[in-house]
Design a protein around this ligand. Structure first.
Ligand code: SAM
Length: 185
């Protein structure tokens, strides 16, 4: 069996049976791989994709065009903790794929404080039954801080309201891991 990448596993936490007219947030657009995948989960709905780097919007827009175009995607140049300025009616699922834009100069990375603010707000605002999934890369210093803060946040959530899942390989130190937050019905 082919080994699945950490982002493939993360997407499995979102499921494939979202409402066709649902709303999904891609909180870290990057090169648009995740945006493209998410757009196909809600063909009659909408994906709001966020990034703070114009390069990410350029890459994603090109990727979507090369895939034939996607009219259900809005690309937004803004930080993810501001997502509720654009997404006002709640959303069905959300994905954070933290860290650096691959093959960029690695100057811009997600930051622990803003990530925690955005994840906290996303978990509050996701619809009942919906999931917010986060891929964390603790192999660099800021990613390690992000991971520690997010794990503490996840452990603090009420089990009456959320299933908070921690998924990782236990035999590789500092390997990427997943936190998935599902709001209970
Ligand atoms: N999802 C992407 C894909 O499919 O290619 C990969 C995302 S990449 C690992 C992380 C991205 O998060 C980078 O493009 C970076 O610019 C972006 N980022 C960093 N800080 C951010 C913030 N505050 N709000 C939104 N995006 C941010």
């Amino acid at each position: 069996m082919k080994t699945r990448s950490i982002t493939e596993v993360a997407k499995e936490f979102l499921g494939t049976d979202l409402p066709k007219d649902g709303v999904i947030c891609d909180f870290t657009m990057g090169g648009g791989h995740d945006t493209l995948y998410l757009s196909d989960l809600v063909p009659e709905g909408k994906v709001y994709a966020f990034d703070i780097q114009p390069l990410a919007l350029e890459r994603t827009s090109r990727r979507l065009e090369e895939a034939g175009g996607r009219s259900n995607v809005e690309l937004i140049l803004d930080s993810h903790e501001n997502f509720d300025r654009y997404v006002t009616g709640g959303f069905d699922a959300g994905m954070f794929n933290l860290g650096y834009l691959p093959t960029s100069d690695h100057v811009v990375t997600t930051k622990a404080e803003t990530t925690l603010a955005a994840v906290t707000k996303a978990v509050e605002q996701v619809k009942v039954g919906g999931t917010v999934v986060v891929v964390v890369y603790p192999g660099h210093p800021e990613g390690k801080r992000e991971g520690e803060m997010l794990l503490e946040f996840a452990a603090s959530l009420s089990d009456k309201k959320f299933d908070a899942t921690y998924y990782r390989l236990v035999n590789i130190p500092d390997c990427p891991f997943i936190l998935a937050f599902q709001k209970r019905k």
